[in-house]
Write a protein that binds this ligand. Structure first.
Ligand code: PXP
Length: 250
């Protein structure tokens, strides 16, 4: 029997409700309404990424989420002074530091921690002092995980994008190798005393092997769920993801 460290939490990322809203510059669909519905559907947290270019979530959405949510907000942000000031103003439950490039469609890779350890240690310090649980979004790579531990992060979120891409492309040998790497690095991260999360690109087809890692405490899932909500509604889409996660750990 696998010993799990605790209940696996589901963080629902509502960025792409805002993507649809912004496509028309309208007031709907409202990401706050989606977040409240996700909460009712059993999300353990809500994740939102305030990007520098505000392509989906905007500043007013963060204000609204902070006011409306009863579950924790996981505020995803780049390591910039502007975002640090916003995070310190709101003091969300959790802050996840992600790499950000203007030209990318989504967060393409993990954060390069090892080469900017000093800067990041200073950057996250006030966030830690403010009581935010600081997470670092990185590839399943030992030197990056060790660097995340050294700068004082509480959590490492492992990037599952490559694993999911290999699955979608039918490259199953590469997918399985990436999954092995994620599993090993999940154990390694936990052994260093950090909490382990994972996310990016997860779907009904790819979630279970990751959910089954004993050290994983939280999965953050967005794009697939918001897409699936078009066909079956947000509540059933989330309920099915929750069911698959629970089944994987049963
Ligand atoms: N975790 C992090 C750190 C992310 O940047 C994202 C994407 O914003 C996700 C999880 C969710 O990824 P997806 O929308 O592909 O499920």
């Amino acid at each position: 029997m696998t010993e799990y460290l605790g209940k696996l939490r589901l963080g629902v990322n509502i960025d792409h409700v805002a993507t649809v809203r912004n496509a028309r510059g309208s007031a709907y669909p409202d990401p706050i309404r989606a977040a409240k519905l996700a909460e009712e559907a059993g999300a353990d947290g809500i994740t939102a990424h305030l990007r520098e270019d505000r392509r989906h979530i905007g500043d007013a959405d963060i204000d609204g989420l902070m006011e409306a949510l009863t579950v924790p907000l996981n505020f995803e942000m780049a390591a910039t002074d502007e975002m640090q000031a916003i995070a310190l103003r709101h003091k969300p439950h959790a802050v996840c530091i992600v790499p950000e490039k203007r030209e990318e469609v989504t967060t393409e890779g993990g954060l390069e921690v090892a080469r900017q350890e000093n800067r990041l240690a200073h950057f996250i310090d006030p966030l830690r002092q403010a009581g935010c649980r600081v997470s670092i979004f990185i590839a399943a790579d030992k030197p990056q995980i060790e660097a995340a531990a050294r700068i004082g992060a509480a959590v490492v979120e492992l990037h599952t994008g490559a694993y999911c891409d290999f699955h979608a492309e039918g490259k199953f040998a590469e997918r399985d190798a990436e999954l092995d790497r994620l599993r090993e690095m999940s154990t390694f991260t936990h052994a260093l005393g950090l909490e382990v999360h994972a996310g990016h690109g997860l779907t009904y087809d790819t979630v279970q092997p990751v959910a089954a890692f004993p050290e994983i405490m939280e999965l953050n899932i967005g794009h697939f769920l918001i897409g699936e909500a078009i066909f079956r509604g947000l509540t059933p889409a989330i309920a099915e993801m929750r069911r698959l996660m629970d089944e994987a750990r049963a």
